[in-house]
Ligand binder design. Structure first.
Ligand SMILES: Cc1cc2nc3c(=O)[nH]c(=O)nc-3n(C[C@H](O)[C@H](O)[C@H](O)COP(=O)(O)OP(=O)(O)OC[C@H]3O[C@@H](n4cnc5c(N)ncnc54)[C@H](O)[C@@H]3O)c2cc1C
Length: 414
């Protein structure tokens, strides 16, 4: 909690759960879309309480997300942390550089190799190497460097530096299953994007006043809910967007549509990230094994039913022509599960592939040092033993804030 608070500069000011002086700007959705408000009201009508702050006293309920933005611009870690640090003499940033491996002297990490502009380069560390390539590429770099399950590495002709069977295991992600409704009124972002006038209006609003849809994220509203009263904690998250497409990133539909996506918060399915070859340019094989656990299958089906209850509530019903996807023909649990299998996609929260812990499958210890090696830490979402029940950006920053303190503490202690 202190590190979440430290990182945050919340527009609402500081309180028990929030900071006001951190590097990352956090703002409210300035001009909510009327459909977002309808979603929240409909959730209330379905018995889900309105929540003013998902990151406050309780996560449960329906409400608006806060955004990592400041005065209408994205407040990324590059903007908040990196840009101000450019002036420091002890920072050097190399761009267009692909890290290809970790250098070792015995079991001590001493630097990395990287590929840049067609050349192999090396950089040497005075202190330690901090690996933060994310939950897909941190395990890839460890495996390429001979750290992982010994037999697997030998199978790829990589000499084993350290047998660490958990590297690349324990992959967890939030699978999103999107429900799309056709809207009775031409008020969706799909409609905005079909009209030159509306597109110009959005562009001008953003350029001149840092306001309008282009200054806000896609998912303005959402909810954290229990699918059953006997479930101990909320197990489903909704993201609501006033637009629709066949896939995230695909062209918007040519009809007025909106989307509410269902994510199971604490999936029990576990996947893997394993290199396919010793070539660092070759993407690793990502096998998420979504919906392989029975509880995950039950929860997503139950979540889709909660979504239908919200959509059927009066506040949203007046905006609904019909359910475009999965559609009224998809009613049985089996059919809803089949729909989830066929259309579910990542919401981009891969985690857990270099998990922290003290069991044999753990990759890093509680100070994020790679078990069995020296001067090497992993600092990114891969260290999460269990995926957090919410979006992963703020937790990634919290992990980095805490790691920075631990690195300094360890330097001072020696
Ligand atoms: C499309 C998308 C939308 C998202 N939306 C949200 C959201 O709304 N809210 C939210 O909370 N989270 C969101 N997330 C998730 C969030 O961005 C991630 O959880 C978070 O960035 C993970 O941080 P990380 O440090 O673990 O990894 P990353 O942010 O992935 O950082 C890893 C970095 O390492 C670099 N890298 C990897 N391999 C190498 C290599 N070999 N050499 C050199 N560099 C390398 C990568 O380029 C990257 O910059 C979204 C993610 C995506 C992709």
């Amino acid at each position: 909690m202190p590190y979440f608070i430290k990182s945050e500069r919340n527009q609402r000011g500081a309180d028990e759960f929030h900071g006001a002086n951190g590097e990352l700007g956090v703002s409210d959705v300035g001009e909510p879309h009327e459909l977002a408000e309808a979603f929240i009201t409909a959730a209330e009508q379905a018995g889900i309480p309105r929540n003013y702050d998902f990151n406050g006293q309780t996560q449960e309920g329906a409400g608006y997300y806060q955004l990592t933005t400041w005065r209408g611009r994205r407040s990324s870690t590059a903007v908040g942390y990196l840009r101000p640090a450019y002036k420091r003499p002890n920072l050097r940033v190399e761009t267009n550089a692909l890290a290809t491996g970790i250098l070792f002297d015995g079991k001590r990490a001493t630097g990395i190799t990287y590929h840049q502009y067609g050349r192999e380069q090396e950089v040497h560390a005075h202190g330690e190497v901090v690996l933060c390539a994310g939950a897909i590429q941190s395990p890839q770099l460890l495996q390429l460097s001979g750290i992982g399950e010994a037999q697997f590495l030998k199978g790829h002709d990589i000499s084993v530096l350290h047998h660490l069977p958990g590297v690349g295991q324990n992959l967890q992600d939030h699978l999103q299953i999107r429900v799309i409704h056709r809207c009775t009124r031409p008020i969706t972002t799909n409609d905005d994007m079909r009209s030159i006038f509306r597109k110009c209006n959005m562009g001008l609003k953003c350029a001149l006043f840092r306001s309008g849809p282009l200054s806000i994220g896609i998912n303005q509203a959402g909810a954290f809910v229990h699918t059953h009263p006997d479930v101990a904690t909320r197990d489903i998250q909704f993201h609501f967007a006033a637009l629709s497409a066949d896939m995230p990133g695909a062209p918007l539909h040519d009809f007025s549509g909106f989307t509410s996506s269902v994510c199971q918060l604490r999936p029990e399915s576990r996947g893997t990230v394993m290199i396919k070859s010793r070539d660092p340019f070759d993407a690793p094989a990502m096998q998420p094994n979504y919906l392989s656990a029975e509880i995950d299958r039950e929860t997503v089906v139950a979540g889709l039913k909660v979504g239908r209850k919200i959509a059927a509530s009066p506040a949203l019903q007046s905006y609904v022509i019909d359910e475009y996807m999965p559609g009224n023909d998809t009613q049985s649990d089996d059919a809803l599960l089949e729909f989830s299998r066929n259309t579910g996609v990542t919401i981009f929260h891969p985690s857990g592939t270099c998990k922290m812990g003290s069991d044999p499958a753990a990759v890093v210890d509680d100070r994020l040092r790679v078990n069995g090696l020296c001067s090497l830490r992993v600092v990114d979402c891969s260290i999460m033993p269990i995926l957090v029940s919410g979006n992963t950006h703020a937790p990634a920053v919290m992990i980095a804030e805490k790691a920075a303190d631990m690195i300094l503490q360890d330097v001072r202690a020696h």
